[in-house]
Design a protein around this ligand. Structure first.
Ligand code: ZN
Length: 251
């Protein structure tokens, strides 16, 4: 990952995505920002319990870093609803879903997480982008595969052209599921180690590959949020905490 700085903010970029000048993207660390206490830093989560004014100022700072583009958030529900922003109504309307897709320049798609994965996708041929929220519920419902299908249907994308990045999230070191027998279908138990920890990074890579994306187009940050609370918010580690932002948009 490439570490970049903008005023007192810091964000990470995927090297293969950073080669395209027509997109802006970044995984914003919690460093900088206005939030205090449990939410220390750049918290973008409205529903996290943090001071709303601080969250709004944090979001504005990110917008400033992303060429003052409009940030588009959705109420994330751990479901499989995919929102095509190219078909959405007026700016500012409330959206609910776990993946955002667009081929329209100008807007920045934001996924907010604290252990779940944000998966960024860009198609440099069709000039279309996606940002996916994939927690363990999203993983077992394969929201990644469903989003690739939506990009094929809506934007005529060829999966062979898609470039993807898996953001910082709960790693195989920390994704312990002591109730996995009741929570996670047996088909996914192959991703579990002897400590009852699941490797959702590899699962996501497999889902992207199954969707037709070449393996050399799939990059995982391999950063565990629970291990790196200096950089990220982690619900598992901190319980009361903020959400960090993963952003991608077409300029
Ligand atoms: Zn870890």
């Amino acid at each position: 990952m490439i570490h970049r700085y903008h005023h007192n903010l810091s964000y990470l970029q995927f090297p293969h995505l950073s080669e395209y000048a027509e997109i802006r993207h970044g995984i914003f660390t919690r460093q900088g920002g206005f939030s205090k206490g449990c939410y220390q830093g750049l918290n973008v989560g409205m529903g996290s319990g943090d001071d709303i004014d601080h969250v709004l100022r944090n979001r504005a700072a990110i917008s400033g870093c992303m060429e003052h583009s409009e940030l588009v958030f959705a109420d994330q529900t751990h479901g499989t609803t995919i929102i095509n922003l190219s078909e959405c109504g007026p700016s500012g309307s409330r959206l609910s879903g776990d993946a955002l897709i667009t081929d329209t320049p100008g807007k920045s798609l934001v996924i907010q997480t604290a252990d779940c994965q944000a998966v960024l996708i860009y198609d440099p041929v069709r000039k279309a982008a996606a940002n996916i929220h994939s927690g363990w519920r999203g993983s077992i419902q394969n929201i990644i595969g469903l989003t690739v299908q939506a990009m094929i249907k809506e934007f005529n994308c060829d999966p062979k052209n898609l470039l993807t990045g898996i953001g910082p999230s709960l790693g195989p070191c920390c994704a312990e599921f002591i109730h996995y027998r009741s929570e996670i279908p047996k088909a996914f138990w192959a991703y579990k180690n002897h400590m009852d920890c699941f490797d959702f990074w590899t699962l996501s890579k497999d889902q992207l590959a199954e969707a037709g994306i070449p393996e050399n187009h799939i990059v995982s940050s391999n950063l565990c949020t629970r291990c790196r609370t200096d950089l990220f918010f982690s619900y598992r580690k901190e319980k009361t905490t903020g959400r960090f932002a993963a952003v991608i948009g077409i300029t």
